[in-house]
Design a protein around this ligand. Sequence first.
Ligand code: ADP
Ligand code: MG
Ligand code: MG
Length: 248
Amino acid sequence: MSTLEIHDLHVSVGDKEILKGVDLVVRSGETHAIMGPNGSGKSTLAYAIAGHPKYTITSGRVLLDGEDLLDMSVDERARAGLFLAMQYPVEVPGVSVSNFLRSAVTAVRGEAPKLREFAKDLKNGMDALAIDSSFATRNTNEGFSGGEKKRHEILQLELLKPKIAVLDETDSGLDVDALRVVSEGINRFRGSGDTGVLLITHYTRILRYVKPDFVHVFANGRIVEEGGPELAEKLEDEGYEAYTKAAH
Ligand code: ADP
Ligand code: MG
Ligand code: MG
């Protein structure tokens, strides 16, 4: 059982305050959707939790199982059980997917997985995500299509088994088939009940496949409405207009 707690989080980029007091609690076994218009601060929340240096925490607290995440280096956050899938994953030239993933597992566990065990987990994960075996020898993220990047993210989830997974725009740029495969991957992963998922998205369509337990609407750096899965349906019908007007 794990808990991510965010208390009154304020985050700035340069002189500009972007998050203006965010409160959120995510427990293992729960899926929370963060939804909101472009520019509302959703990715800023993800980067701030991950420890991206550009995002300054001006006040507030973020705890994982009672431990202060904001005191930890990026590596320590990963070892503590936090996983962040970036909206724009970076290329890692000269490092194969297989080596990248084995290094990531080693970093998180603090010891290298046995080669044979890792190869088996990798193959199972790739099969489940309908990824061709040649993918493992390609350079990480180099020339990946949108769908390959997202499958790679979900593959990381399955291998790293984090306590809390933050997925930012995992649905963007996916065609319907890829969306289904990626959604099934998330569902398989969260089905264990050991992980809490924070699913950040602008669009409602992934929420038809990955049913959230809670929905939080972001506008202008704050959570302005919260509810259950029915809130995603309301947003699908009505959009964000009512919130963007009220927030300014
Ligand atoms: P969302 O993910 O909801 O679209 P973002 O968190 O990306 O929103 O952005 C929120 C606001 O913060 C926007 O006005 C954006 O321009 C600004 N912002 C975010 N990151 C940066 C950055 N690295 N440098 C400058 N401005 C940024
Ligand atoms: Mg954006
Ligand atoms: Mg974003």
